[in-house]
Design a protein around this ligand. Sequence first.
Ligand SMILES: [Zn+2]
Length: 109
Amino acid sequence: MKGSKCRCGFATVARRVWCPRCGKQMKPDEWQNEGRVLSFTQLQAVPEGLSDPYNLALVAVEKGPKLVCWTSGTLKENDEVSITEINGKYLCSLKAPLSFELKDDGLRA
Ligand SMILES: [Zn+2]
C-alpha cells in the first residue's frame, strides 16, 4: 500500500504534503500489505447494507501507518494479518500459517 511518511514517524495511507503531527514535509512511502493486530473490536450492531457480522481491527503496518480494518473473522492482539484495500476500505484477514516446517533435511510438507 502507498501513503506518506514523515521523519517524525507519523505515517498515513492518505497523500499528504504536510505532517499533521509536526508540520514538516512528508514523503511518499510504500509498505507491505500486512500488519499486526493492535486491538480488536467486535461490533454489536451490523452496519446497514452488510449481512455478515463485521468486526474492526486496528492494525499496525510495519514501518507504516496504523489502519482501521474490517474483518469478518475474529482476531486477537498480535495476530499477523494481510490487508486488502477495496474502494478505500481496508479489510484484513489472518495470514495463513506456514504449512511447512524447517527440518534438518530441508523443507517438508
Ligand atoms: Zn511529522
